[in-house]
Design a protein around this ligand. Structure first.
Ligand code: CP
Ligand code: NVA
Length: 315
């Protein structure tokens, strides 16, 4: 296996073998944590002892912020959560200077921002590992936890299909690429005009050709869900798209994951959602709160997957 990359800016920064190594480690960390909880022993390991990880959030976050904060602590390190409005970033300091300066104090940077180009610029200035905690284009930490969840439910990716229903957004992009790398077929069912980025889809198709998986996008939601093992959805208006919310409500209405739509899946199919969810919009309450839903295990896996990532990247 080749060495881990210096940064994790895109799920495409790691290859399929590296992804599987991360998933194995995430499973180990999950089991180890459960054993420590059961025996009432300390949850703190030593991989990040004496290390500080700064987290910059330019958008809100519940799961990512808390799971990274707890994850760094459980690896023996010190997390430092910063909101961009408290930094000089909010007063026009460049992201490259911010990355360079923070690198003199901390050992890793976790960054949630808008354009991927902004993250790339910060990583160019930084001399410590930079992790993408969500951009407009990608959400690779989410995809790691999603793969861990799918593999935990089905035992392997072989012959499995995940159908993502909704906006061809950051979450869809990282899922397309991640699935293609490990041999999980990913179909995106989206309204007209909300397809995933063509370059991302083409890259996923190129990767999928190597693993025997499918990577596709269609407006035919019933065909896409038919026979799927996983149905996945996300909000219709992502952070930063609040002004489009009303128009999107109309466009996405036929793409709600309802019990009727879910009934087209294969037997034993599960429902996933990166959360936060809007019941009655992208998903019916009966589905997300029903027996097929694995959304809270999925959310928990953010912690384990990111601990695996931190301990592999920060050395
Ligand atoms: N799924 C996810 O990234 O959630 P947060 O926005 O709460 O971090
Ligand atoms: N697509 C969503 C994901 C939130 C975790 C957004 O970017 O807001």
């Amino acid at each position: 296996m080749s060495a881990f990359p210096p940064d994790f800016l895109s799920i495409d920064d790691v290859d399929g073998d590296q992804l599987l190594v991360l998933l194995d480690l995430a499973d180990e960390l999950k089991a180890d944590r459960a054993a420590r909880v059961a025996s009432n022993s300390s949850l703190v390991r030593r991989q990040l002892r004496g290390r500080t990880v700064a987290m910059i959030f330019e958008k809100p976050s519940t799961r990512t912020r808390v799971s990274f904060q707890v994850g760094v602590t459980e690896l023996g390190g010190h997390p430092l959560a910063l909101s961009s409005s408290e930094l000089q970033l909010g007063r026009g300091e460049t992201v490259a200077d911010t990355g360079a300066v923070l690198s003199r104090y901390v050992h890793g940077l976790v960054v949630r921002t808008f354009a991927q180009a902004r993250l790339d610029e910060l990583a160019d200035g930084a001399t410590v590992p930079v992790i993408n905690a969500l951009t407009d284009e990608e959400h690779p930490c989410q995809a790691l936890a999603d793969l861990q969840t799918v593999r935990q439910v089905f035992g392997s990716f072989d012959g499995r299909t995940l159908t993502y229903v909704g906006d061809g957004n950051n979450v869809a992009h990282s899922l397309l690429l991640a699935g293609a790398k490990v041999g999980l077929s990913v179909r995106v069912a989206h309204p007209e005009g909300y397809a995933p980025d063509a370059a991302v889809l083409a890259r996923a198709q190129q990767l999928a050709a190597g693993t025997g998986a499918e990577a596709s996008a269609t407006t035919d939601v019933i065909a896409a869900v038919t026979g799927a093992d996983v149905v996945y959805t996300d909000v219709w208006a992502s952070m930063g798209q609040e002004g489009e919310a009303e128009a999107r409500l109309r466009a996405f209405e036929p793409y709600r994951v309802t019990p009727e739509l879910f009934a087209h899946t294969a037997g034993g199919a599960v429902f996933l959602h990166c959360l936060p969810a809007h019941r009655g919009e992208e998903v019916s309450a009966e589905v997300i709160d029903g027996p097929a839903s694995q959304v809270f295990d999925q959310a928990e896996n953010r912690l384990h997957a990111q601990k695996a990532l931190l301990s592999s990247l920060l050395r």
